[in-house]
Design a protein around this ligand. Structure first.
Ligand SMILES: [Zn+2]
Length: 171
């Protein structure tokens, strides 16, 4: 399976197209937070431009995340088209940020590491607050930021005790 593209082999006339699979074991992702659960399919095309290169393609795979609400692990499919440009660092102009600069990567490296491409795309497409499913999503909307543990907190048992005492008096 192809792991690298040598950018110097890309000519204006001939873009390089690669279909490959990146094994989860070679992806470097935040440990314990994002676990790649399957090999990632990568389709990538690299085109030479008058300055720099255009990189576009698609990643497909699955990661395991931890729910930010209930801490349960769940898997999330990632299916994403991407497109960005690689520009030589000489194009970096005194910190001036132009519109659309977010999709430009400045690099002078002549090798495009495909595992890195997949890593970056996974990280770019992760939810800021991973939620495991509809149930947790509904809880998060109705209770707001209250932690899930509050349902087991002892304020409730004290209330219940009071209520039980009152009921006894009523008898
Ligand atoms: Zn959850």
């Amino acid at each position: 399976m192809k792991r690298r593209i040598n950018l110097s082999e890309v000519t204006v006339k001939e873009p390089i197209k690669v279909d490959t699979e990146i094994q989860p074991s070679i992806l470097e992702l935040p440990e314990g937070e994002v676990i790649p659960a399957s090999p990632f399919k990568l389709h990538v095309e690299v085109r030479k431009k008058s300055v720099g290169y255009e990189v576009s393609g698609r990643i497909e795979g699955e990661v395991e995340l931890r729910c930010s609400r209930c801490l349960k692990r769940f898997s999330e499919r990632i299916n994403k088209d991407f497109c960005y440009e690689i520009m030589p660092t000489s194009e970096l102009t005194g910190g001036e940020i132009k519109k659309g600069d977010l999709d430009v990567k400045f690099s002078d490296e002549s090798i495009l590491d495909l595992a890195e491409v997949v890593q970056e795309q996974i990280l770019l497409n992760l939810p800021v607050k991973p939620i495991c499913g509809e149930e947790c999503r509904e809880v998060s909307f109705s209770v707001g930021e209250a932690p899930v543990e509050s349902s087991g907190d002892d304020r409730w048992s004290k209330l219940k005790e009071l209520r039980d005492k009152l009921r006894e008096k009523e008898k």
